[in-house]
Design a protein around this ligand. Structure first.
Ligand SMILES: NC(=O)c1ccc[n+]([C@@H]2O[C@H](COP(=O)([O-])OP(=O)(O)OC[C@H]3O[C@@H](n4cnc5c(N)ncnc54)[C@H](OP(=O)(O)O)[C@@H]3O)[C@@H](O)[C@H]2O)c1
Length: 210
């Protein structure tokens, strides 16, 4: 099963490196195929790079590591995505990181699903800072990854992916719950960047029974 990582920035490069380290076969897609190929060459084996359409075509699961609005724009031109699982990791926030831009009656994940109606969108990883994608960045800690989606087989595959990267996948219910996960992502950013906690943090649900 080939996994596409769309984007070569903090999250895209972090996912590509972490997935390859976990033994996955990866294709990186970028609007500039040469940029994707350069990142792939830097990572080494089991990974290739190219344009976004080819990465989507040859993969079963695609992790979109672009700004939310760029994901929407590319999906509208992506062609047939029937049967693909699209992982939305985005936090749709203002350029100053201080506010959500979509409000609470929809979510980035739901808007991405509307833009790619024949694919299956799963929300995950939006509460994990890029620097924590590498397993060696979190020794002794198993961080929770909240996974929301409407198709059990798709959410199951994304939970398996999170587990393969050393996270504790947590079932977060239907895709509409992205309306609640995205504000948690914004709160994580508030703690990390504006309240002095730094980016070595992640939210978790804990039970007094644990
Ligand atoms: N950074 C985090 O810790 C973190 C944590 C959780 C979720 N997220 C989410 O992850 C996503 C990516 O964040 P990031 O921090 O990796 O951002 P980033 O470092 O700025 O990387 C963004 C990537 O998107 C590409 N891109 C930007 N505008 C584009 C467009 N219009 N069309 C095509 N490609 C475009 C960039 O290409 P160029 O570099 O060539 O412009 C780059 O490869 C965002 O949705 C963010 O909310 C981030």
């Amino acid at each position: 099963m080939k996994i596409a990582v769309i984007g070569t920035g903090n999250m895209g490069s972090g996912f590509a490196r972490a997935l390859v380290a976990a033994g996955k076969e990866v294709i990186i897609g970028h609007r500039d195929p040469a940029k994707a190929a350069a990142l792939a060459a830097d990572i080494g084996s089991n990974v290739e790079g190219g344009g976004i359409p080819v990465a989507l075509k040859v993969s079963d699961i695609a992790i979109f590591a672009l700004p939310y609005d760029a994901t929407i724009a590319h999906l509208k031109e992506a062609g047939d995505l029937t049967g693909k699982i699209l992982v939305d990791i985005s936090n749709p926030i203002a350029p100053d990181y201080k506010d959500l831009v979509l409000g609470l009656t929809t979510s980035a994940a739901e808007e991405i699903q509307k833009a790619a109606p024949t694919a299956t969108v799963v929300k995950a990883f939006n509460t994990i800072f890029a620097g924590l994608l590498a397993q060696e960045a979190r020794p002794g800690k198993t961080l929770q990854v909240f996974v929301a989606g409407d198709e059990p087989s798709a959410t199951g595959k994304v939970r398996d992916l999170a587990a393969a990267l050393g996270f504790a996948p947590t079932d977060a219910g239907p895709l509409t719950n992205s309306r609640f996960l995205e504000p948690i992502g914004e709160m994580n950013i508030q703690f990390g960047y504006f309240l002095g906690r730094g980016t070595g943090i992640a939210p978790a649900w804990v039970s007094v029974a644990d």
